[in-house]
Structures are given as C-alpha cells and as structure tokens.
Design a protein around this ligand. Structure first.
Ligand SMILES: Cc1cc2nc3c(=O)[nH]c(=O)nc-3n(C[C@H](O)[C@H](O)[C@H](O)COP(=O)(O)OP(=O)(O)OC[C@H]3O[C@@H](n4cnc5c(N)ncnc54)[C@H](O)[C@@H]3O)c2cc1C
Length: 421
C-alpha cells in the first residue's frame, strides 16, 4: 500500500494529535500514524494545563472540552511530618480564563482531539500503524514505512514529523544525535481507591522518612507515583509486597485501610524516567517535536504542556510553507529556535528538583530543613504565582496563529479565510 500526503506525523500523543488537528484545520493534508489500536494507556499524565485550555478557547473548542468529565486542580503542595500543608503553587493567581489544571484521562483528551481532527477532510488518523523505517530520497526524508494489520504501508510526504515520544523510533532512524542528561530516579505507578473522607485537592507530594509518594486525584481513585532511586526496583521487589505496603503507609498513614488493594506486583508498573534532548531537532524532510525532541521527566507534570506548545509552534511556522510545498531547513530551524529555550529551561528545573529534592530525600538527606524557596512560597501567598505560571503556562506560551481553512475540500490548494485567532 502506498499513500501520499503533505505531512505525515508519527505518534498520536498530545504533540502529534494537536499538530495534526491544527494543520488539517489550516487545510494542509496530514496523516497521523499511531501504533496502538486506541489511546487507552494509563501512564502519561492526565493534566490539561491553563495554556492548553486557552488554546482550546482560541480554536472554539473550549465549551466542548468543558463538557468532558474532569476535575480541576487549583493548588499544589505537600503535607509535612507535623501534619501541616506546605503550599507551593496557586493557579488561581494566574490571569487567564481557566486558572486551573483540568484533570482528564489522557485517552479521553486524545479521543477528543481525534474527533475534532476528523471534522476536517484534510485529517487522517491511522491507528495500529507502527513506523519502522524512513523512506529517503536524495539525502532527504521523504516519508515513512509502517506496519499495519493489513500489511506494510508507505506514506510519502513533504515533511515527516516525529512525535513518537521519549523512545522515539523516528529520531533514531533519522540518525539524530541525542544528548542524554539522565535521571537519578524512576517511578512506580499504581492506583489506590479514594474514600469520601479523603482530602479533596490533589496533593503534589508526600515526603516523609526518606520516601516520596505523589498522589493525583482521579475522582474515585488516587493515581499514585512512588519515587525510587534509579535501578532500585529489583531490590524493592526482593523485599516483598508486605514491606512495600508498609513503606507506603509510613509515608501516607491514612492509606493503611486500602494499601491491601495492592495484591500483586502486576498492579505496580515501573516507569523509567529519562531526560534527554536533541542538539538538532531536524534534518531535511524531518522534524522532531515533544518528547521525541526533548524527553521530559514527570517532575512538575509539564511534559504534556510542552509537547502541545511545540505542536502549536510547529503548525504556526510550517502551515504556510507546507501549504505551498516543502518546508526549508530554515523553516524547520525556526521551530527549534522558538521551542528550544522553553524545553531547556524546564528540563533544567526538573533536573534541579530531581537531584536536590527527590534524590536527596531518597538518600535520607533532605528535607529536615526545607529548602528556602519552599519556605518562602509557603509564607508569602503572592509568590505562589511563580511556580503556578511555570507549571500552568510554561515558558513562552504559544497561541494559535494558523488560519482556519473555509473549504471542506481536502488538499493544499483551497482558499483560506486567512484570519488569525
Ligand atoms: C510516569 C510519567 C508520568 C507523567 N506524568 C505527567 C503529567 O502528569 N503531566 C504532564 O504534563 N506530563 C507528564 N509526563 C510527561 C509526559 O507523559 C510527556 O512529556 C508527554 O506525553 C509527551 O507527549 P508526546 O506527544 O511528545 O509523546 P507521547 O505522549 O509519548 O506520545 C507518543 C505517541 O507515539 C506513539 N508511537 C511511538 N512509537 C511509534 C511508532 N514507531 N509508530 C507510531 N506511533 C508510535 C506512542 O504510542 C504514543 O501514542 C509523565 C511522564 C511519565 C514517564
């Protein structure tokens, strides 16, 4: 099977789906290839940030999104040993239309984006299409080869966008060198039920006795992340489930009545944390965005936001050149130039927190004396706007600048309304 399109996007995660939606909306023929049969995966975070909520408003999708079942997180903090709550970030201090993080299961958010994409004839999403090879011609990337249940398919395109996440196949097939920054921690991911008497706002983290246990409010259950030193998983398993359950209770005593819900290690998923980035996000015919360009740690819950912001910037910069033909090296470089700084700054903050706070805590060092910054944030409510801004809006927030194609025809030659939202 062979197809031809203007832009092929590998990966139907937040970066790929938003880029696909925006390009199709601008009238650029786009095919998104996703290797899984559905979006039903549990491990990538459920946060839809204020900046993304603003983008949805700009696309006229705010109301529809709001109708999805979701909870709203306005503050983040952590309980201390003496039972107090240290407050770190306060979203309500942001001057935006939606000063909260909407918690929506990621598969529902991706389904929502797919549904919106399908309203544009230029949009095509192929599920169960796993890219395993790049098609190259005259030293350019000219398409991809993917495995599907009906056999292999070749998709030729003017541009291949690698949005296939932190284990990106596209970036390794494209021979793009990677700077590995590393991470001293991994995360164990599990669920525990939520009871009516539990705290109603999500706690960012429980730090006690040299352990870190993060709990995210998912309505009727807690999505829990237990932070361990990198490579510490085997040792934990050897110590047995009883010891593991006891460790959880030692960090969050109120979970003692439900920690028995963990009856097998199969319920505890190991998520390997990594931070890396590409010195160059592109080569002729190929561009990487999102985690494929800069793998993010879960620290701060900001990777989805960054991936979406990359997608918006890529669509803003490339929809014109794609509509006319093939983006130049300068066009692709313009995307990297626009988004590299936010990725670097955010990764630097994540590395700082991983090494200075999380890893030190796991090694028994911190936080007998809490870092000065945490004490200041807790003391002066005004300051809580700063982390709220970093997490909720990110560095250099993007806005939708792509045109909205009026015509319902597919292809790249239709007229555009040409207005910017
Ligand atoms: C444990 C953990 C928790 C996290 N929690 C949060 C959080 O709460 N909030 C937050 O903002 N960020 C969180 N992150 C980070 C966040 O998950 C990523 O930064 C974000 O998902 C990146 O989006 P993306 O679209 O670039 O990549 P991904 O979300 O990884 O999407 C990539 C897509 O490409 C598909 N794919 C891969 N290879 C191929 C192929 N060869 N062919 C076709 N398709 C392919 C994958 O199936 C996937 O759907 C977390 C990360 C981890 C590890």
């Amino acid at each position: 099977m062979t197809e031809r399109t203007r832009c092929v996007i590998v990966g139907g995660g937040p970066a790929g789906m938003v880029a696909g939606l925006l390009l199709a909306r601008a009238g650029v023929e786009v095919t998104v290839l996703e290797k899984h049969p559905d979006f039903l995966r549990d491990f990538r975070g459920d946060t839809v940030h204020p900046s993304t909520l603003t983008l949805l408003d700009e696309l006229g999708l705010g109301e529809k999104f709001n109708a999805l079942p979701h909870s709203e997180v306005t503050a983040a903090g952590f309980p201390t040993d003496d039972g107090r709550m240290m407050k770190l970030a306060d979203m309500t201090r942001l001057k935006v239309a939606h000063p909260y993080i909407a918690m929506v299961p990621q598969w529902e958010f991706l389904d929502f984006l797919a549904e919106q994409g399908r309203t544009y004839p230029a949009f095509q999403l192929l599920m169960q299409a796993e890219v395993f090879e790049l098609i190259e011609r005259d030293a350019r990337v000219a398409g991809v080869r993917a495995q599907t249940p009906r056999g292999p398919i070749d998709v030729h395109a003017s541009l291949v966008v690698g949005a296939d996440g932190r284990a990106s196949t596209v970036r390794s097939l494209g021979r793009l060198p990677v700077d590995d920054i590393g991470a001293p921690i991994d995360v164990l991911w599990m669920r525990l039920s939520k009871h009516p008497g539990d705290a109603t706002t999500a706690a960012l983290g429980n730090v006690r006795n040299g352990h870190v246990f993060v709990m995210l409010d998912r309505g009727d259950y807690w999505q829990c992340a237990y932070v361990i030193p990198k490579g510490g998983h085997e040792e934990l398993r050897r110590a047995g489930l009883d010891a593991f359950r006891a460790e959880i209770v030692s960090v969050v005593p109120f979970l003692s009545d439900r920690v028995g819900e963990i009856t097998s290690w199969d319920q505890v998923k190991l998520l390997t944390v990594k931070i890396d980035r590409l010195p160059q996000w592109h080569r002729p015919g190929l561009l990487c965005i999102g985690d494929a360009a800069h793998a993010m740690s879960p620290v701060g819950g900001v990777g989805i936001n960054l991936a979406i912001q990359d997608a918006v910037a890529a669509a803003n910069i490339l929809s014109g050149p794609l509509g006319r033909g093939t983006p130049s090296a300068a066009d692709l470089q313009a995307v990297q130039r626009r988004r590299e700084l936010p990725a670097r700054v955010t990764q630097r903050a994540q590395v700082f927190i991983q090494e200075r706070v999380l890893f030190r805590t796991l090694k028994g060092g911190a936080p007998a004396s809490l870092p000065m910054a945490v004490r200041l944030l807790n003391r002066f409510p005004m300051l809580r706007r700063i982390p709220a801004r970093l997490v909720g809006l990110g560095v250099r927030p993007e806005h939708v600048r792509t045109p909205h194609a009026r015509s319902t025809m597919t292809g790249n030659h239709e007229e555009h309304e040409g207005h910017e939202v």
